[in-house]
Design a protein around this ligand. Structure first.
Ligand code: PEP
Length: 249
């Protein structure tokens, strides 16, 4: 049976006390959930949340990472620091990093390769803006983000990579791609991965959908052949919203 990967991205929300409360509630309420689960609190709460989820079925994720192991990089967080805190997965190339903070494919690729070299799992986010979609550029954008983002990543490391397709116009807007539209883009992602790594790798790679996923649309999205999980933003901030997504079936 397919095991879905349901991940929560808490973004710049939650004090340490709030993060601990939410992580504790999720740990209890999701103890019987068989899906692969991850939560990504803000950096400041990683240590406290790490202690809560240790030994549970919830993986600790980080929302970003610097492109170097150490050095004069004011404000950055290193892969070594994340590993120190028990982080297992890192979200890279999120559209907010790309579009608000100007991260390009080259920088994202550097982070992807660094994280993988340290055996962290990577969630590589890709997705088009509304303007790009309306100008017929969707496939070009996705192909570029995948091929540049994964440049230099060996087939043997691909098992540690999850792709998250997140149409930018659907993030935090309440607008969701229809399950059919999302499935078609996921199929295209698989096609690009097949061109890069072969058919078996394309079949095996986990592709999450992200963009206003909620309890009432999760099951319809997950029913699609090419959708293997969800990266959830807003609805991951409350247990009553996230638990039914993780338990969509
Ligand atoms: C996200 O930030 O990855 C996301 C999908 O956000 P939301 O669920 O709020 O649209």
């Amino acid at each position: 049976m397919k095991r879905y990967f349901i991940a929560g991205n808490w973004k710049m929300h939650k004090t340490i006390a709030e993060a601990v409360a939410l992580a504790s509630e999720l740990k209890d309420k999701l103890a019987d959930c068989k899906e692969k689960l991850m939560i990504a609190p803000p950096f400041t709460a990683l240590q406290a949340v790490s202690k809560i989820v240790e030994g549970s079925n919830i993986l600790l994720g980080a929302q970003n990472m610097g492109p170097e192991e150490s050095g004069a990089h004011t404000g950055e967080i290193s892969v070594l620091m994340l590993k120190d805190l028990g982080v297992r997965v890192v979200i890279l190339g999120h559209s907010e990093r790309r579009h608000t903070y100007g991260e390009n494919d080259e920088l994202i690729n550097k982070k992807v390769r660094l994280a993988l070299s340290h055996k962290l799992e990577v969630i590589l986010c890709v997705g088009e803006t509304l303007e790009e979609r309306e100008h017929g550029m969707l496939e070009n954008v996705i192909r570029r983000q995948l091929s540049e983002g994964l440049k230099g990543v060996e087939l043997s490391a691909l098992k540690d990579v999850t792709i998250a397709y997140e149409p930018v116009w659907a993030i935090g807007t309440g607008k969701t791609a229809t399950p059919e539209d999302a499935d078609a883009v996921h199929a295209f992602c698989r096609q690009v991965i097949a061109e890069m790594y072969g058919k078996d790798a394309a079949k095996a790679i986990v592709i999450q959908y992200g963009g206003s996923v909620k309890a009432d649309n999760a099951a319809a999205l997950m029913s699609k052949e090419n959708i293997d999980g969800a990266l959830v933003g807003g609805a991951s901030l409350k247990a009553e919203a996230f638990v039914p997504i993780a338990k969509f079936r």
